[in-house]
Design a protein around this ligand. Structure first.
Ligand SMILES: [Zn+2]
Length: 278
């Protein structure tokens, strides 16, 4: 099947009211687990990597693996570059053929975020690709020294203006989720999501989804979230499978990890309602 773009997949999700899963991968086992899950569930998905994950897998090794796996899937699969802070990495992904990229300017001021996002939107659009931006801040990523963690919730009025002025195609919103593992039960601000949805027409993205309850996901998708990023739940499943029997050979540990990631992904695709959509 031809390579799909995130715009195509999210347009369908928007039309039919489901959430599409986005899964980051750094090696063959992760990517194969996602593709198998998508094929078996008849579910469109988005796969990719992030600038911060390139320390685990060089871009030149990983990009062909992602693109080839997506193009050979039996269902629509798009390749996307997640959280990226530099123009250089964005351009690398666009030149490699990724259909979309995320520029994360959420650590900048509102005006700086608009300025940089608009610049990158021009480059992405010129190459036929889509741009995801983040407004507000979903905390929990490695934010570097001197930067305080924690959330800054997305303001609905700002969200409308941000999308207009930046040219972003997809907007990641901060409504109470956190990247990585939760230290306490997350409290989602669904009223805020509804207010954002009422003002912003482009597909909305939820980051920091690992650790939410099944109902939290359903409520967010019902409230207008069209792309759900899942990472921590996947790598936690893999690590758990490996720790179960550390006496196994390395190659067999890989297989156990892949199976655990496959099962975790299948579970999520069913919760998101993207199964049996193709
Ligand atoms: Zn994120």
């Amino acid at each position: 099947m031809a390579l799909y773009t995130m715009a195509e997949i999210l347009a369908d999700a928007q039309k039919r009211g489901y959430g599409a899963g986005f899964f980051n991968g750094v090696n063959q086992e992760m990517i194969r687990a996602y593709i198998r899950a998508a094929n078996d569930c008849r579910s469109p998905i988005i796969i990719g990597t992030a600038e911060g994950l390139l320390k685990y897998s060089d871009f030149d090794w990983l990009a062909p693996l992602l693109l080839d796996a997506a193009a050979r899937a039996k269902v629509p699969v798009a390749v996307h570059l997640d959280h990226t802070y530099t123009y250089k990495t964005i351009m690398r992904a666009l030149r490699a053929g990724f259909g979309s990229v995320m520029y994360d300017g959420s650590l900048l001021s509102y005006e700086e975020n608009i300025r940089d996002s608009a610049e990158i939107a021009k480059a992405a659009h010129a190459m036929g690709a889509g741009l995801e931006c983040e407004l507000g801040k979903v905390g929990g990523l490695d934010e570097g020294e001197g930067v305080k963690g924690g959330n800054i919730y997305t303001d609905p009025g700002e969200a409308f203006e941000f999308v207009e002025r930046s040219g972003a195609d997809f907007l990641a919103v901060s409504i109470g989720t956190v990247h990585g593992e939760y230290r306490e039960t997350p409290r989602l601000d669904l009223a805020r999501l509804a207010a954002i949805r009422a003002k912003v027409k482009c597909p909305l993205v939820l980051h920091g989804g690992s650790g939410l309850s099944d109902d939290d996901f359903r409520n967010c998708i019902q409230g207008g979230i069209r792309k759900v990023n899942i990472y921590t739940d996947i790598i936690t499943a893999a690590a758990g499978a490996i720790r179960k029997d550390t006496s196994l050979a390395y190659t067999d540990l890989n297989e156990k990890a892949e199976q655990a990631m496959y099962e975790a992904a299948v579970k999520k695709l069913r919760i998101f309602g993207s199964d049996n959509k193709y």
